[in-house]
Design a binder for this molecule. Sequence first.
Ligand SMILES: Nc1ccn([C@@H]2O[C@H](COP(=O)(O)OP(=O)(O)OP(=O)(O)O)[C@@H](O)[C@H]2O)c(=O)n1
Ligand SMILES: C[C@](O)(CO)[C@H](O)COP(=O)(O)O
Length: 377
Amino acid sequence: MTTAAVIVAAGRGTRVGGPVPKQWRILRGRTIVARTLDALRAAGIDRMVLVLHASEMHRATEFDLSGLTAVPGGATRAASVRAGLEALEGEGVTRVLIHDVARPLVPAVVVARVVKALDTHDGAAPALPVTDALWTGEDDIVTGTRDRSGLFRAQTPQGFRYDAILAAHRAHLGDAADDVAVARAAGLPVAIVKGDERNLKITTEGDFARAEALMEEPMDIRTGNGFDVHAFEDGDHVMLCGVRVPHDRALKGHSDADVGMHAVTDAIYGALAEGDIGRHFPPSDPQWKAAASHIFLSHAVELAASRGYRITNVDCTMICERPKVGPHAPAMIEEMARILLIEPDRVSVKATTSERLGFTGREEGIAAIATATLVKP
Ligand SMILES: Nc1ccn([C@@H]2O[C@H](COP(=O)(O)OP(=O)(O)OP(=O)(O)O)[C@@H](O)[C@H]2O)c(=O)n1
Ligand SMILES: C[C@](O)(CO)[C@H](O)COP(=O)(O)O
């Protein structure tokens, strides 16, 4: 599965005005184009098409061109998107994220939410619900009110199955508000995922100051640890870090007793000073009986994201004589990375024995210890 991004940067920025189009203005020492490319790279996207205005194609050499192609755009946003999509044809790309260059602060977690939603949907896009009251007005006088329920503020990146959105754009005539409009016109359903206030679009002069203010927050690095133990009982498999491992015993617990995933979840809660799983999912609550532990981990991941933290790595060690974890570790890393919304090379899963000492040595249960590092950039 190859995911690529098309970054549309061929607009003229007429609402901001000024001597150079907004994407070439400097935001805290770097151009907006450079910042947007970096944000997508940091989110794990390594194939990108940058759509530039024909007169600005020479500026492509300012960037690291590994995995990056620059193509000239068109007179409208839709035409620029189409040019970017066409440039990817024949590469075997299965998913594409279409992103405004004017959203340089897109958090990695928003990109990850879109990519994850594409596992189950043809299209997915981030948005935030409208929270202010809505009016109509004329000559500075309010002429009416509108119901805000069910209304969203659309953001990018908007993600799609590549073949489907290419066909939709080829069939589309004229401009469109965004790629969700093009997709929907072609009959493609599009899922809404949670956007982020930091993902503002620089549209007017005041947005530069807003973006700078958002970047001003001092970096905050936190670590947390988690420790968990589950006893063995009769059974034929254990769940460890999201993977079903055949075994001659099972782990006993209110949920699926995934001891490794619980330790990682507690490490994230710990870094956030948010207690532990028991606080968020009380064992006394029958709804969590036999629950899949990814529910707990996803909650911790979203809590971290909602506070502005990025999970930079987790390290989990399971302590048991049996089953052997090593052969399953690659699958565990993949699964944990998927739920954590981070790259697999930021996830470590390993195991040790306790040299036959203590309860793990006597094979009475499995223990797990984990650390997580969270960064607010
Ligand atoms: N012909 C066009 C028009 C827009 N865009 C891109 O589409 C996004 C839309 O955001 P917007 O704020 O509308 O950008 P501009 O069109 O540049 O701004 P304005 O409408 O103020 O001129 C931007 O990344 C812009 O560069 C593009 O690639 N090609
Ligand atoms: C695609 C978009 O960013 C969604 O909010 C937006 O529609 C593009 O910018 P514009 O201001 O509508 O041209």
